[in-house]
Design a protein around this ligand. Sequence first.
Ligand code: ATP
Length: 214
Amino acid sequence: MNGTPIGIYGGTFDPIHFGHLRTAVEVQEGLQLNEVRFVPARIPPHRADPGASPEDRLRMLAAAVADTPRLVVDERELRRPGPSFTVDTLRTLRAEVGSRPLCLVLGTDAFLGLPTWREPETILTLAHIIVVHRPGAQLPTAGLAARWLREHQGHGRDALAEQPAGVILPYPVTALDISATAIRRLLATGQSPRFLLPHAVLTIIQERGLYRKE
Ligand code: ATP
């Protein structure tokens, strides 16, 4: 027995919202993960600079998960200088957990982009990939992501416990059409993002005056 699988949920979380949080809870409970670790990216390699500083994004994440015991924040990418590459993060995690299964949680959009990430094949030797998608949504049918899915697809949570890495598991979650971009836009135009994200996160946004302008 390798131990209970650990979920790894990367992103900019600029800011964290209920789309991220509900997904994390459903994945943790449904796949019986020991915990889901939110890993905020320092300098996201695939996008423009985030709106909030790493410290503020971390503050918002910590507030968001404070009363949910199996959701935790992992600061390793913020402590590491330079861009945040998932493969590097997984290497450091793997060195810490031995043969315990690691499960990288990716939305369908992120999974489609995976072939363009640094060392994508290595990622699959270091972790499983849980592709969270809307119930009934189309998973890729063409391209490299589709081929990996065909070659590595697992069925059910037992597939995750049997080996430390290498399984791709599509997993339907409650569809919440919430994005950080839309939340930032609301704030920049003086509108309220209330009920799209935890109240504690909104309080920090207001106290710190975040996202006032795009
Ligand atoms: P932005 O709008 O700034 O691009 P985002 O809301 O998409 O941000 P990210 O931090 O970029 O959030 O996303 C991190 C991860 O969370 C990605 O794997 C993404 O697919 C997933 N994700 C984002 N929003 C949702 C949502 N509403 N439901 C499920 N997963 C989501």
